[in-house]
Design a protein around this ligand. Structure first.
Ligand SMILES: O=C(O)c1cc(=O)[nH]c(=O)n1[C@@H]1O[C@H](COP(=O)(O)O)[C@@H](O)[C@H]1O
Length: 224
């Protein structure tokens, strides 16, 4: 079975991203290309990384009116990514239209509440209640919209897994106990997320910023 780990390539340089992916490709199951990568390297960059033969997760976190998001999905269909993200807070119609616009095997998943936010941050955006409740509300909305899954933290994934068995449950914000938190607030270890039912584990800096990225990827793999 292939690894549930998708390596987040949040690196500004294409050659550095390719080198890192080539180095650790035997220890991860896919590559996640996000806003930093796509804004810098666009379709060309995706083609380059796709040559390594791993599934591509295009993390664009689209959030706009339904017509615009559907148009963006149509524009990237040619890349045939395995996964594309939209924001669940864009609403049900937006998620429905994103799903309808995707072709082939591309799965559309919705980011619920970013793992860099906690209850206090949520209150500052004007939303009452806990992060947990907000994630549950948005996960239910995503499920109702008929999309393929959601992104949430490892603190909520167990609860969602019990309610949405077939959903693709993507968990970022993963840290080993000894690792730096950085800007992430709702964190768990990769093993905790997997045990709670995560389908995909997104891991970036614990590998990309490690002194020895290959050793870090192997060490994370050994915990799973
Ligand atoms: O959609 C995502 O992948 C995502 C959602 C979220 O809530 N939190 C989050 O960190 N991510 C992404 O997951 C990756 C986490 O990176 P590290 O914190 O370096 O492991 C980054 O590429 C983020 O863009």
């Amino acid at each position: 079975m292939s690894s549930p780990v998708f390596l987040a390539l949040d690196l500004p340089r294409l050659d550095a991203a390719k080198d890192l992916a080539t180095l650790v490709k035997g220890h991860v199951g896919g590559l996640k290309l996000g806003l930093e990568f796509f804004c810098a390297h666009g379709h060309h960059g995706v083609h380059e990384l796709a040559q390594l033969g791993l599934p591509i997760f295009l993390d664009l976190k689209l959030h706009d009116i339904p017509n615009t998001v559907a148009g963006a999905i149509q524009a990237i269909n040619v890349l045939q990514p395995a996964i594309v993200t939209v924001h669940a807070s864009g609403g049900r119609a937006m998620m429905e239209d994103a799903k309808a616009a995707a072709t082939g095997k591309t799965k559309i998943i919705a980011v619920t509440m970013l793992t860099s936010l906690d209850d206090t941050d949520l209150a500052r955006t004007g939303v009452a209640g806990s992060a947990h409740d907000q994630v549950m509300r948005l996960a239910e909305l995503a499920q109702t919209a008929g999309i393929d899954g959601i992104v949430c933290s490892g603190q909520e994934v167990g609860h969602i897994h019990r309610q949405w068995k077939t959903g693709l449950l993507v968990v970022p914000g993963l840290r080993l106990p000894s690792g730096a938190q950085g800007d992430q607030k709702r964190t768990v270890t990769p093993r905790q997320a997997r045990d709670a039912g995560a389908s995909v584990l997104v891991i970036g800096r614990p590998i990309s910023r490690a002194a020895d990225p290959l050793a870090a990827a192997r060490a994370i793999e050994a915990t799973l």
